[in-house]
Design a protein around this ligand. Structure first.
Ligand code: FEO
Length: 404
């Protein structure tokens, strides 16, 4: 049975939720499912903006039909050709054979790659700033490559200032009846999952996100309609989510404190980081957070890294080199373009190895990072000498946190 929500008198949400999916992109764990948004606009012409993931195809097709209430569909605007949004294009074209598809050159390229056996006869290619008038409403198209894929574009509805923002401003988690951010606790109810979504999905492309934000800086935006998560329609929430994106895309930190990320095989490295955390707390450092990286998915850890000014990496040697989960975590964070951080290191070796050298190697000779303190090397277990070394590191970290 259809389940649609009225966004405006003539704009209808035709998306849905998948609560069975455990991982987004088969990669990022989901604890509360995923939403896929799509919208029908009813004007002199009818428009569908994007489709949804194939997991909710049946509901989606019912929703579109219900929203159209017997009318034909004139246009499908394709903002993003990733399958979580494009999986139903073929079904839509089959159901509404006279429909015209709207996208850019890359959209068409990806369309033919994802649907190699299907003939799309009615494709309109649009460029930056081109407009489509559908009656009283007009959509203006903005090219926003790499937010998140190269073909991504957004639409701005000029009469009311509605921004159809593709993946931007999206979030993990489902929409539980309350489609608008002002119907949920905001930002508490969503911001952690919005940040984790941003960092892991779009985080690498900060400069592209900043370019997109600049394009929109002169526009009067009254509503943001993303492809995932809540719709923003209050000036306060729009301001907050835009400011968060500006911060995240600039690789700025929210928390001037220490995030301690450790791997520990038998608890000795964990013992050292707990001692360091206690010493930092005694020196007045607040909001310290300690994570066992073996136990937490990297998507959460990297989203946390984005927030903190100072990162402490602590890991043992394994097979003569860095414990592989720490190695993978650092590499993935750097691949996502993590930068502008102060970094410190703790390693543990019973008989030598390259853990410390490898960790340091990822950050040295890189102006985007600065090392704080002398690295602490634990000889199997924490001893008096280790405690002194941890105290010295705590001194240097606290001085750096105070000075910066
Ligand atoms: Fe929601 Fe980049 O897809």
């Amino acid at each position: 049975m259809q389940n649609t929500v009225q966004v405006k008198p003539d704009i209808i949400w035709v998306g849905g939720n998948d609560r069975r999916v455990n991982r987004f992109e088969n990669l990022f764990p989901l604890t509360h499912g995923m939403s896929y948004n799509a919208y029908v606009i009813l004007d002199e012409k009818t428009v569908l903006t994007d489709t949804v993931d194939r997991s909710i195809s049946v509901l989606f097709m019912e929703n579109v039909k219900a929203a159209l209430a017997g009318r034909q569909l004139d246009y499908l605007v394709i903002h993003h050709m990733e399958p979580d949004h494009c999986a139903n294009i073929e079904a839509i074209v089959q159901a509404y054979p006279d429909i015209q598809l709207i996208g850019n050159r890359n959209t068409y390229k990806f369309l033919t790659q994802f649907y190699p056996a299907f003939a799309f006869n009615h494709f309109i290619t649009v460029k930056e700033g081109e407009e489509l008038t559908i009656g009283k409403r007009t959509l203006r198209f903005y090219m926003t490559p790499n937010v998140h894929w190269p073909e991504v574009m957004m639409s701005y509805e000029v009469s009311e200032g509605l921004l159809f923002s593709a993946d931007a401003f999206g979030s993990f988690a489902t929409i539980d009846g309350n489609l608008f951010s002002d119907e949920i606790y905001f930002p508490e109810g969503i911001i952690d999952e919005a940040r984790r979504y941003y960092v892991n999905i779009v985080g690498k492309f900060g400069s592209h996100v900043l370019k997109a934000l600049k394009k929109f800086s002169d526009l009067n935006i009254t509503t943001i309609l993303p492809l995932h998560g809540p719709i923003y329609r209050t000036p306060e929430h729009i301001g907050q989510i835009l400011a968060a994106y500006q911060n995240w895309a600039s690789y700025d930190f929210d928390k001037k404190s220490a995030l301690i990320l450790y791997a520990s095989m038998y608890g000795n490295t964990e013992n050292a980081v707990d001692i360091l955390a206690s010493q930092l707390a005694k020196k007045g450092v607040r909001e310290i957070k300690v994570y066992d990286i073996s136990d937490t998915d990297p998507s959460y850890l990297i989203a946390e890294m984005w927030q903190y000014s100072h990162l402490v990496f602590a890991a043992p040697n394994y097979n003569g080199d860095l414990f592989y989960k720490m190695d993978a975590l650092i590499r993935e964070a750097l691949r996502l373009n993590l930068k502008n951080k102060k970094v410190s290191f703790i390693s543990n070796a019973t008989w030598g190895g390259l853990a410390l050298k490898t960790m340091q190697g990822y950050f040295e000779d890189d102006k985007r990072f600065a090392q704080v303190g002398t690295p602490v090397e634990i000889p199997s277990a924490v001893c008096e000498g280790t405690v002194d070394a941890l105290a010295a590191l705590a001194d240097e970290l606290s001085a750096s946190l105070t000075a910066d």
